[in-house]
Ligand binder design. Structure first.
Ligand code: NAP
Length: 406
């Protein structure tokens, strides 16, 4: 297949305010991914194409491969060719497999570049338990969606190494405007959290909760210690809820109203024990960047690990869906690993595009396949009596099961 080649039947997906306008032949860019990308991408494509065929007579995705990662480097000498960035600017939506982060300097990180260039401000990670998946919880009734702010916080990379002239300058400045002492051999990092960035993230989380009939939105923060960043995130979040969604929400200290969404907040360290002890009490979680990074993986562990956890990075005009795990190089090309993370990311993409019936049969057929105990090695090792399937066989089994769950 040739790269950057647009099928004639394809139509560009327009995204406005983070929402896609529906069309029946959407042009979807895909990045196969390094390592096990060559295994999980074809499995995912098969499942998506078959689900669309089974649900609609007139819907077909116009897939367009764009290059990134090692494949791009081999073909073009560049890990992220400018043409791929231009294509995403033009066509707005992509799905990607995992990418190796090359060691060494002079390399533009794909994820950071995509987030910056396209202002993909929300990282959305649904964490849902599928019956039969091995879990460390006795009662794994987990169904949470984490909205992680993706552009601010310590991830802005504003930092200076210990004993550099810049670190010394910042230390001198901070000590001149406050009565705080900083050791002179300290490394320094800056944590910006803005009203604009916080409000748009919480707004997206509440809109999602309304659209998907969720029960609550919890603002996760460490505001007891970092008052003007994490604490401000919480306050701005409550402001958005009060000022923009008063008809749809109530607050934890008010009379419960099962027709509305409850807004509450939890301090980050407490949140980690809450999701283990009482996961059923948590639904949509909105949080700052670093908290979101940690809690997403911890939550994924409750439902079978990263192999089962999908993700999406969404901005006003661009959306990138992705497997949340890495390239697992030792398994690359063995047709062995679990494609569920990328398949469930594709399911999120279908919902984003308005193809909810196809998304629904993918989820139900995946659940049925797991209940049959026909699973890849990672799930098989925690299941008694499991039949271990290859990655491609697992995808084929999901397709087979689609008819019975439709
Ligand atoms: P990893 O590739 O996620 O693999 C770690 C372990 O997770 C694997 O050994 C395997 O565990 C399990 N695993 C990963 N994918 C799986 C799947 N599809 N099905 C079942 N099990 C799966 O993490 P890593 O080894 O730390 O990183 C390797 C490379 O990936 C690095 O270059 C890193 O930078 C990159 N990376 C990329 C992304 C991204 O593109 N989004 C994310 C993370 C890491 P077992 O061996 O126990 O079975």
């Amino acid at each position: 297949m040739s790269y950057y080649s647009i099928p004639s039947f394809g139509q560009k997906v327009e995204i406005k305010n983070g929402k896609a306008l529906k069309n029946n032949n959407p042009i979807i860019l895909f990045i196969e991914g390094d390592g096990t990308g060559i295994d999980i991408w074809p499995a995912t494509k098969l499942v998506v194409d078959e689900a669309l065929k089974k649900c609609y007579s007139n819907v077909k995705i116009a897939w367009v491969e764009i290059l990134a990662g090692e494949k791009a480097y081999k073909e073009t000498g560049d890990y992220l060719p400018e043409k791929s960035v231009e294509f995403l600017k033009e066509y707005n939506i992509a799905i990607k497999g995992p990418l190796t982060t090359p060691v060494g300097g002079g390399f533009r990180s794909l994820n950071v570049t995509l987030r910056q260039v396209f202002d993909l401000y929300a990282c959305i990670r649904p964490v849902k338990y599928y019956e039969g998946v091995p879990s460390p919880l006795k009662n794994p009734s987990v169904d949470m969606v984490i909205f992680r702010e993706n552009t601010e916080d310590i991830y802005t990379g504003i930092e200076w190494a210990s004993l550099t002239p810049e670190a010394k300058k910042v230390i001198d400045f901070v000590m001149s405007i406050s009565n705080k002492k900083i050791r002179e051999d300290s490394g320094i990092g800056i944590k910006p959290v803005s009203e604009y960035g916080s409000k748009r993230l919480v707004r997206m989380a509440i809109e999602y909760a309304i659209k998907n009939n969720r029960r609550s939105v919890t603002l996760m923060h460490k505001g007891n210690i970092m008052k003007f960043t994490e604490g401000a995130f919480k306050n701005w979040g409550y402001n958005v809820a009060k000022n923009e969604f008063s008809d749809y929400v109530y607050f934890e200290n008010e009379e419960p109203n099962n027709k509305k969404i409850m807004i509450n907040d939890r301090i980050a360290d407490n949140m980690f024990q809450q999701i283990i002890i009482s996961p059923q009490n948590y639904d949509v979680i909105a949080t700052t960047n670093l908290n979101g990074d940690y809690i997403s993986d911890a939550a994924a562990a409750l439902v079978g690990g990263l192999g089962m956890a999908p993700g999406a990075n969404i901005g006003e005009k661009t959306a990138v869906f992705e497997a949340t795990h890495g390239t697992a190089p030792k398994y690359a090309g063995l047709d062995k690993v679990n494609p569920s993370s990328l398949i469930l990311s594709a399911k999120m993409m279908l919902e984003f595009l308005g193809f909810n019936e196809a998304a629904d049969i993918i989820e139900k057929a995946l659940q049925k396949t797991i209940l049959e105990k026909s699973v890849t090695y990672d799930l098989a090792r925690g299941m008694e009596g499991a039949k271990e399937l290859k990655c491609s066989q697992f995808a084929e089994q999901i397709v087979k099961n689609m008819d019975s769950v439709k």
